[in-house]
Design a protein around this ligand. Structure first.
Ligand code: SAM
Length: 238
């Protein structure tokens, strides 16, 4: 671990207060990710140093917005484990659920959970629209997140049903968001969440307009949400 981007990763961990004792687990994660990526489509980022910063450190940046003990976390559309699996590595006491719709990615996630000997983590194969109506998952999480899955109003409809009252929804985003954020604020009112904070991600290698949009669940989400994917596409919230 000697080159520039690797140094950025180590520096980033230090800025987040994460000890570098986890570096070996991230090495293993990266190795498996790039190996599986030759057979199934997990990531467009194939440069090993970029994986450290653009996937791992970017996932860990959520700690800038939320870092509580004994958290129950849900990551919707986790893909190859971003951000949920990366967060689980550095917060082993958290209880984590990774939800993913694509079976091949689910197989990769389950493989990683075993390879890294992680406990208190489950990988669910399914869709946010469906699991959100299931007992044990509805209004059951302290923190819900989703990275690169959909626009803000859709994400809020996915996430809010899983959040207990006063839980947080953290949406990592970048780029121009004025219209999307305004729609998101209207959508939030419908799912009983409220916009709480817009936190810039200023970490090595990531200072490119990334931000964390934080929403607080102020009341239980009405039971009609999440609607079916078709209904959401036909009439998006906001
Ligand atoms: N979060 C990962 C990341 O940032 O690298 C993956 C992002 S990828 C662009 C979007 C992922 O969300 C895909 O793996 C897709 O299968 C999953 N996905 C999309 N809609 C979903 C839904 N409604 N429920 C569960 N997973 C979903």
């Amino acid at each position: 671990m000697a080159d520039e981007l690797t140094r950025e990763f180590i520096e980033g961990l230090a800025r987040l207060g994460v000890p570098d004792q986890y570096a070996q687990q991230f090495e293993r994660y990266r190795e498996e990710l790039l190996d599986w990526n030759t057979r199934i489509n997990l990531t467009a980022i194939t440069d090993p140093e970029e994986v450290l910063v653009k996937h791992f450190l970017d996932s860990l940046s959520l700690l800038l917005a939320y870092d509580q003990p004994r958290t129950r976390l849900l990551d919707i559309g986790s893909g190859a484990g971003f951000p949920g699996l990366a967060l689980k590595i550095v917060r082993p006491e958290w209880q984590v659920t990774l939800l993913e719709a694509t079976n091949k990615k689910v197989l990769f996630l389950r493989h990683m959970v075993e390879a890294l000997h992680l406990k208190d983590i489950e990988v669910m194969h399914g869709r946010a629209e469906e699991l959100g109506h299931t007992r044990g998952y509805r209004a059951a999480f302290d923190m819900v997140t989703a990275r690169a899955v959909a626009a803000i109003p859709v994400l809020l409809e996915y996430c809010a049903p899983y959040c207990h009252v006063h839980g947080r929804i953290i949406l990592p985003k970048k780029g121009e968001l004025t219209t999307e954020l305004a729609q998101g604020k209207r959508a939030a009112a419908q799912v009983r969440a409220v916009f709480e904070a817009d936190i810039p991600v200023e970490l090595p290698g990531l200072a490119d307009g990334r931000r964390l949009l934080v929403w607080k669940q102020r009341d239980l989400c009405p039971t009609q949400f999440p609607r079916s994917g078709a209904a959401m596409a036909k009439k998006p919230l906001g």
